[in-house]
Design a protein around this ligand. Sequence first.
Ligand SMILES: O=c1ccn([C@@H]2O[C@H](COP(=O)(O)OP(=O)(O)O[C@H]3O[C@@H](CO)[C@H](O)[C@H]3O)[C@@H](O)[C@H]2O)c(=O)[nH]1
Ligand code: MN
Length: 358
Amino acid sequence: MAQASVTPTPLLKDELDIVIPTIRNLDFLEMWRPFFQQYHLIIVQDGDPSKTIKVPDGFDYELYNRNDINRILGPKASCISFKDSACRCFGYMISKKKYIFTIDDDCFVAKDPSGKEINALEQHIKNLLCPSTPFFFNTLYDPYRDGADFVRGYPFSLREGAPTAVSHGLWLNIPDYDAPTQLVKPLERNTRFVDAVMTIPKGTLFPMCGMNLAFNRELIGPAMYFGLMGDGQPIGRYDDMWAGWCMKVICDHLGLGVKTGLPYIWHSKASNPFVNLKKEYKGIYWQEELIPFFQSATLPKDCTSVQKCYIELSKQVKAKLGKVDEYFLKLADAMVTWIEAWDELNPSAAEQPNGAGK
Ligand SMILES: O=c1ccn([C@@H]2O[C@H](COP(=O)(O)OP(=O)(O)O[C@H]3O[C@@H](CO)[C@H](O)[C@H]3O)[C@@H](O)[C@H]2O)c(=O)[nH]1
Ligand SMILES: [Mn+2]
């Protein structure tokens, strides 16, 4: 008898939200339909709330514009950026799911060297569902992938690995370069597909890009604040960088893992490098002081939850970065407001030890 074809239920179908920050119609979803249609979308509409964002039929979504954010958060909405992709972190806060995948609306389905379309979401889920190796580097990269393992000399006491909090994907075509690099190399395209996933070692920071990113919201969600960027702020395009530095310090403290590498997406649009330069330039010199701050940041043992870690970090930001620029005094306060808003919207998960969910 012919077997009825059964469509497998996508992994984490009811445990993952896809968060998209946008200022434009979401036609890009058509290309992602085979991979995204079964998942719930959280669309964070930036800019003019009176503009209508068109979403292709057949997708299950909730959409929040600035009016919604102000209505839901009240005065605490001040911590959510306006006119910058940083607004996406509101989607992380309002979600009720265990996992988040966030993607920009100029990111499309890439193909691997064999020409097969890459299901980026599926790869992120694989990355998040298997452990990380932050305490000892495995030279054959991800030991949990099919066809790989721990190499000789890898301590057996460390082979259980650590829970994975973040999966950082990459980009073919337009790489995520800063404005000066973009200006010097306007035609450079990333054509190099590297078939690897690796854990970023404990004690090492990295430049986290928000355009193709997934994370375990119950393990690290409260640390994924994308800061004060865009309208009314002296800096932009450092939203994901700030979140990545805070997140990594907290992951290292709590013994959580962060992976980078597969999956790739196809990044189709180079934003204007001159506009980007205006947004980024303060960040380009501030980061020479920010990185040493994060590299030397330590959190006390009694910081056993992400919220406690984040509040402690905000105190250190206020104490040590205010001398860099008074912006960081404002940012430190916004970090506290973010946690207050997060706990208000997520009372059951508030103050879980080690960031664990309910
Ligand atoms: O004011 C805005 C501008 C854009 N968006 C949405 O955010 C993403 C990213 O926008 P875009 O692709 O135009 O800009 P990029 O320079 O390529 O973005 C990279 O820079 C990072 C820092 O911001 C960002 O995370 C990277 O992807 C799109 O979905 C826009 O619709 C917005 O919400 N508000
Ligand atoms: Mn882009």
